[in-house]
Design a protein around this ligand. Structure first.
Ligand code: SF4
Ligand code: SF4
Length: 385
């Protein structure tokens, strides 16, 4: 199991309570994006394509903790941008830990050695280190040499100080399953608790569009990787930070629809509709409005062209967890046997979005940029006057 018993117990109890209460849509992981600024510019990143004044904005400590309380999810993932740039990050993390919520602080690790003593080891705090592959692959993915070595040094440092550490790995096109398997071995040997893995979502705002995998290619790749994880004589013991059924979904064996409300996203614009990945669909002023006013049936595979290539855990882990609660024996089998790596794949969901108007865009990035250019222009012309 990739998470400590206390976390499995508390999260399981939370889900069971929601089910008993008949709550239809409940959050599992709050995605708290405290800033979009980063000290890297990765090829597949869809988060940093904002003008300077947006990149300089921060979610304040008060707003961050208010979002945690408003949403009530038992786990909080803090991605970015790079969260360690945020000056109030230690206080934000301490506030969430004090609420006995499990925090995953996602970082590219470049600043971790500098800031690590601002944090206290706790069963409620995990550093989730961005690592997309071995040295060559990761440095290529983040478009900068030397980052892999820094991340590995940071993992060793954090483990040495008694922190929980996982890695957060995104797979792109051109992956070699042998290399990925060898990388998972290497990562586990560093003493990490588990691996979070997803095929990269094809962000419209990513600098490169040729790096993303389609769903069919993702499923084939995961089957090949999982085969290597159980090959005859293998001593591999990969621990994934996912449910057995989500891994089975990645291997193409589950026809799951997305559950976007399971991972609500809060950032400097408010509550992002509908999910962590789609940033052009508008923002809600409150968590209640996000839940009640978002046209959820416009999103998901086959329901929206922007969802067509998505197999991300922020959309489908919640579905897998729901399935596990509805079908515990199936979940137990998937957990014990691992994902099926041969035989027919589950059918794709039908396309139903043709003819449906695209939902209104409330804060399009292009408009933000245009507004920024206009204000730069007007500042330039007034200073010239
Ligand atoms: S993927 Fe992460 S590390 Fe890379 S630029 Fe984006 S936010 Fe920064
Ligand atoms: S499938 Fe779900 S998680 Fe993926 S982009 Fe669409 S709404 Fe977001």
């Amino acid at each position: 199991m990739a998470v400590p018993l206390i976390q499995a117990y508390k999260v399981g109890r939370y889900i069971a309570t929601q089910k008993l209460r008949g709550v239809k849509r409940y959050p599992l992981v709050l995605m708290l994006e405290p800033l979009f600024q980063c000290n890297l510019a990765c090829a597949g990143c869809g988060k940093i394509d904002y003008p300077k004044e947006i990149l300089q904005k921060r979610v304040s400590l008060e707003d961050a903790l208010r979002a945690v309380d408003e949403c009530g999810a038992p786990m909080v993932s803090i991605p970015g941008g790079e969260p360690l740039i945020h000056k109030e990050m230690p206080q934000i993390v301490a506030g969430i830990v004090a609420r006995k919520k499990f925090v995953y602080l996602c970082t590219n690790a470049i600043l971790l050695a500098k800031h690590i003593d601002e944090y206290t080891p706790s069963p409620y705090l995990t550093f989730s280190i961005h690592l997309d592959g071995g040295r060559e692959r990761h440095d290529e993915s983040v478009c900068q040499e030397g980052v892999f070595d820094k991340a590995v040094a940071a993992i060793k440092l954090a483990r040495g100080k008694g922190f929980r550490v996982t890695i957060n790995c995104t797979l792109f096109s051109g992956e070699d399953p042998d290399h990925v398997a060898a990388f998972f071995d290497e990562a586990m040997a560093l003493g990490i608790e588990g691996i979070t893995v997803s095929p990269g979502y094809s962000y419209h705002h990513a600098p490169r569009q040729d790096v993303f995998l389609g769903r069919s290619a993702s499923k084939r790749l995961f089957r090949e990787i999982f085969k290597r994880g159980r090959s005859a004589g293998s001593r591999r013991r990969w621990s994934f930070n996912h449910s057995g059924l989500f891994l089975d979904f990645l291997a193409g064996n589950q026809a799951y629809q997305c559950t976007p409300w399971s991972t609500p996203t809060y950032n400097i614009f408010g509550w992002q509709r509908p999910c962590y990945l789609l940033s052009d669909e508008g923002h809600a002023p409150s968590y209640r409005s996000l839940l009640e006013d978002t046209p959820w049936d416009h999103y998901g595979v086959g329901r929206n062209p922007r969802c067509d290539n998505c197999m991300a855990h922020c959309g489908f882990e919640g579905t897998a967890v729901n399935d596990a609660f509805a079908h515990p024996l199936k979940a137990l089998k998937a957990a014990l046997r691992g994902p099926r790596v041969a035989g027919p794949m589950a059918p794709e969901l039908p396309i139903v979005y043709e003819g449906r108007p695209t939902p209104a865009v409330t804060i399009p990035v292009t408009e933000v940029r245009r507004a920024s250019r206009q204000s730069d222009d007007s500042r330039a012309s007034s200073s010239a006057q």
